[in-house]
Design a protein around this ligand. Sequence first.
Ligand SMILES: *[C@@H]1O[C@H](CO)[C@@H](O)[C@H](O)[C@H]1NC(C)=O
Ligand SMILES: *[C@@H]1O[C@H](CO)[C@@H](O)[C@H](O)[C@H]1NC(C)=O
Ligand SMILES: *[C@@H]1O[C@H](CO)[C@@H](O)[C@H](O)[C@H]1NC(C)=O
Ligand SMILES: CC(=O)N[C@H]1CO[C@H](CO)[C@@H](O)[C@@H]1O
Length: 249
Amino acid sequence: MTRSLSLVLSGLLAAAGMAQAELLTCGGAQYEPSQYVCYDSKFLCPIIAGEGLSYCSGACYSRYMYTCTNNALEQLKPLASGTPFSLIVSNPAVMYLDGRTVGACDQQLNAANKTCAYCPQGAACPASASTVLLAPSDSGPVAMDASTPGGQSVYIDSTGSVGYTQAHSAMVPANATTSGLVVYDKGGLVNLNSGGYGWAACPSKVDGKVEYTIFAASKVNNATLANCTAVNLKVKTEPKGTVGAWQYC
Ligand SMILES: *[C@@H]1O[C@H](CO)[C@@H](O)[C@H](O)[C@H]1NC(C)=O
Ligand SMILES: *[C@@H]1O[C@H](CO)[C@@H](O)[C@H](O)[C@H]1NC(C)=O
Ligand SMILES: *[C@@H]1O[C@H](CO)[C@@H](O)[C@H](O)[C@H]1NC(C)=O
Ligand SMILES: CC(=O)N[C@H]1CO[C@H](CO)[C@@H](O)[C@@H]1O
């Protein structure tokens, strides 16, 4: 607060000094507070997707995958197979994205709570469709919470886009994968294929409006995601028996 006030009061000086980020000290190291957090005045953890990693006995960890119990790092438990859940976009540094609900439309996940669903006449249709997914069994894929026979599996295609299969078809695009997605209870949706790159929300213009599509970032596509924002996908467990849609389209 004090710092931003003095920046306003001495605008010219601030502009000149802007390029040189103000460094803070943590133990023996200097760090940029926009990139690291300092624990116990001596341990640095990086800020990922707008959020400092947490700290546990010498290790930095993602609270979307781990917890710290009695000073020991412990992996969160995967949600029980078949549990319905929705996803919330998280990046506390980017207010216009933080807290948005993930939607499913046009075979992609969006950061706009936009759901595209279909229900045939006479079928048992939910009163209003919403985007809900189902936690996988040990070997199975994450699925959309759809009642259409055969279900709809979630996959990551070769561009990193997160899609889901058409109804009545188990076909996924060439080089797409349905494996490596883990849904952590009280944590996040984690892509074990990503090599630590995590998720990104990528802008595109649709009818003159900016919309954000969710991508799995990786070493391969990270450069093409230059205009995207790194995000975490927080898991929100939904009540047992929730049906998201008859069919997502
Ligand atoms: C998301 O959309 C669903 C309907 O598709 C609605 O019921 C729900 O309240 C929305 N959530 C938010 C946070 O706006
Ligand atoms: C799939 O992978 C193969 C081998 O790496 C590659 O030759 C092919 O172009 C890929 N296809 C797509 C659609 O990415
Ligand atoms: C990122 O956005 C800038 C400005 O809009 C554009 O010139 C550039 O091509 C974009 N880069 C990618 C990788 O999309
Ligand atoms: C969108 C995204 O995740 N971009 C990342 C690409 O990789 C660099 C570091 O290698 C990250 O800083 C970016 O956030």
